[in-house]
Ligand binder design. Sequence first.
Ligand SMILES: NC(=O)c1ccc[n+]([C@@H]2O[C@H](COP(=O)([O-])OP(=O)(O)OC[C@H]3O[C@@H](n4cnc5c(N)ncnc54)[C@H](OP(=O)(O)O)[C@@H]3O)[C@@H](O)[C@H]2O)c1
Length: 238
Amino acid sequence: MDKKIALVSGANRGIGLATVAALAEKGVQVLLGARDLEKGKVAAKTLQDKGLDVEAVQLDTTDEASVTALVKTLDERFGKIDILVNNAGIALDYAPDMTTAEKLMGTFDVNVAGTARMTDHMVALLEKSDHARIVNVSSALASFGLRHDPSWIYKDIKMPTYAASKAALNAMIVSYTEELAEKGIKVHGVCPGLTATEATGYQGRPVEEAIQVIIKFALLVDASITGTFENDEGTIPW
Ligand SMILES: NC(=O)c1ccc[n+]([C@@H]2O[C@H](COP(=O)([O-])OP(=O)(O)OC[C@H]3O[C@@H](n4cnc5c(N)ncnc54)[C@H](OP(=O)(O)O)[C@@H]3O)[C@@H](O)[C@H]2O)c1
C-alpha cells in the first residue's frame, strides 16, 4: 500500500515538530514546513537520524510565492498529499509596544489568512487523495461556549487578539467543511491544550501528549466524520 503523505506547517519546532515525528512514526511520509529552510533541515535531521521518513520544505504561510512554489514542487514529485496540518500560528497579545489593531492584523495574517491561503492552494493536491484530511490547530480559547462558562479553567486567560484569530479560523473551518465536502476532503479543528513550547514560555504539558488529538484526526479512517472541533476530552463548543 502507498504511504500517506502529510504536510505540516510551522514544523521546525514546538507542536508542529512533534506532530511531524508522531506521523512519521505511524508510517506517514512527512514534509516538515519551515519558514527558514535551514532551521527546517536541522529539525528534520533529528528525525531522519532515527530512521523516520521526513523532509524539510520551505514554507512561509503568509507568502503567496512560497506557498505556490511548494504546491508546484509537491505536484511534480507526488501528485497529491493526503494530510494537511495547518499548525503555523502566532500570538501577539503579550507583545510590548503594539496597538491592539497591530496585534490583530499581525495575528490574523498568520492564523487566519495564512491558514486560508494554505487550504486554498493545497486543495488541488488533497483532492487527488482518497482519504484527504485537513487538521487545523485551533484553540479552546476561541470557544464562545467555554468562554461563557464561569467554571471553565481557562476563564482568566485573556488573549483577545489571539482568541479572535482562532475564532475566525473556526468560522473558516465550518465554511471549508461544507465547501470541501464535495471534493471528499474532511476538515477538523483541534485544540492541543496548554502546551510547553516557545510560545508559552514552556508552560503546559509535553508536546508528545498535546499532539495526540492532531494525530487522531490526521489519521482518522471513518470517512463520515468531518467538521469537528475537539480536544483530547472530546467535542469543544464553537
Ligand atoms: N502551545 C500551546 O499551548 C497552544 C495551545 C493551543 C493552540 N496552539 C497552537 O498550536 C500551533 C503551534 O504552536 P506552538 O505552541 O508550537 O508555537 P511555537 O513553538 O511558537 O511554533 C510556532 C511555529 O509556527 C511557525 N510560524 C510562525 N509564523 C509562520 C509563518 N508565517 N509561516 C510558517 N510558519 C510560521 C514558527 O516558525 P519560526 O520558528 O520560523 O518562527 C514555528 O515553527 C499554533 O497554531 C498555536 O496557536 C498552541
